[in-house]
Design a protein around this ligand. Structure first.
Ligand SMILES: [Zn+2]
Length: 111
């Protein structure tokens, strides 16, 4: 099975590679290693559109990976940027992670 196939609809999720906060994923999906969900199917499970605050400060959300699975969809971009100010805070934190710094985790404070 293709590891990038959406668990619910089977669409290729390479253009919607993201990491949401653990409590959100655990509540609506369960096993962190369960697989991938496209944004639409996770939103169906959650019952609303995803917003910036749902995404962790993991670099994968905020910086293109050298081996990115694919270009990002307009849908994932719009969800990541629904709160531009918070998106900036999370991007700065993610940059610190990439630089090997260890700033306080904003996800515990801002989520
Ligand atoms: Zn799906």
């Amino acid at each position: 099975m293709d590891v990038y196939a959406c668990l619910d609809c089977g669409v290729d999720t390479r253009d919607e590679y993201y990491h949401v906060l653990d409590p959100l994923w655990t509540e609506h999906v369960g096993d962190p290693q369960a697989g991938m969900l496209c944004v639409g199917c996770l939103e169906n499970r959650v019952g609303r559109e995803l917003v910036t605050a749902d995404f962790s400060s993991a670099p994968v959300n905020w910086f293109p990976l050298k081996k990115a699975p694919g270009p990002r969809s307009a849908r994932i971009k719009s969800r990541l940027q629904s709160d531009p100010g918070l998106a900036t805070i999370k991007r700065v934190y993610a940059a610190g992670v990439l630089l090997g710094e260890n700033p306080p985790d904003p996800d515990g404070v801002l989520s």
